[in-house]
Design a binder for this molecule. Structure first.
Ligand code: HEC
Ligand code: HEC
Length: 185
């Protein structure tokens, strides 16, 4: 019994500290995922969003742009009609990256809480069947993600860098990937 209590005392403060450290890592990841340069392409409905100082107010992508059958837009007006492989160099010109398209609806971040995004990113049924290691590598290596830090003239980039977010995801996973609770938000 004494030994059990001793083990409990030993383990509990450690796991509480790991939980706090993990939640701090998650907070920095959440600040990236919820940033308009990421979340505006991770919407649940059929429309990407425009938001940030560069766009005035947050609004639905104009020109009647839609998700279409596969995220690449309606056959009559695909994303690639306007979005090329690289950013337009003029202010308000279309940004670009290879394979420009909307994220699948289940990977929704736009207007979602920290707790909701955290639960989504850990759920293989909603994250494209990925382990957390694969999620981290996707953030480090994917071209659409990279665009979030090099979004072209006038647009505010996501905080930090792809490498820093990759490293934060690895540390968060190593600390047990804790998620915040929804505080009846
Ligand atoms: C008719 C042309 C056109 C089509 C088609 C189009 N876009 Fe755009 N898109 C633009 C332009 C122009 C901008 C930049 C406007 C600006 O900077 O003021 C833009 C900006 C964006 C942004 C940046 C938003 C931000 O907050 O920085 C995203 C994301 C986006 N489009 C997604 C898409 C997706 C996904 C599709 C296809 C489903 C698509 N667009 C189809 C013209 C288009
Ligand atoms: C132009 C649209 C677009 C932008 C901008 C974008 N994404 Fe995505 N994202 C996608 C698509 C599409 C997928 C689905 C995988 C694929 O087809 O490449 C995806 C999937 C992901 C995934 C896979 C797991 C999941 O559950 O979401 C992660 C992680 C991710 N994006 C991170 C980011 C981050 C971080 C940013 C901003 C720095 C960002 N994305 C910006 C379109 C975008």
């Amino acid at each position: 019994m004494k030994r059990l209590i001793f083990l409990f005392l030993l383990a509990f403060p450690l796991s509480a500290a790991a939980q706090d450290a993990g939640l701090a890592e998650w907070q920095s990841i959440f600040e990236v995922f919820s940033h308009p340069r990421c979340a505006n392409c991770h919407t649940q409905d059929d429309h990407p969003r425009w938001s940030g100082a560069h766009y005035g107010a947050t609004r639905i992508h104009p020109f009647n742009v839609r998700r279409g059958p596969d995220g690449f837009g309606n056959p009559g007006l695909t994303c690639r009609t306007c979005h090329q492989e690289a950013n337009a160099e003029i202010l308000h010109g279309p940004p670009g990256a290879p394979e420009w398209h909307l994220a699948p609806a289940e990977m929704v971040w736009f207007e979602k809480s920290s707790a909701e995004i955290c639960a989504q990113i850990k759920d293989p049924a909603r994250n494209g069947g990925m382990s957390l290691e694969e999620v981290a590598v996707h953030v480090r290596d994917d071209a659409l993600v990279a665009w979030g830090w090099a979004p072209g003239p006038g647009r505010e980039p996501a905080p930090g860098s792809a490498q820093e977010t990759f490293a934060a995801l690895e540390r968060w996973a190593g600390l047990g990937a804790p998620c915040p609770q929804d505080t009846d938000g």
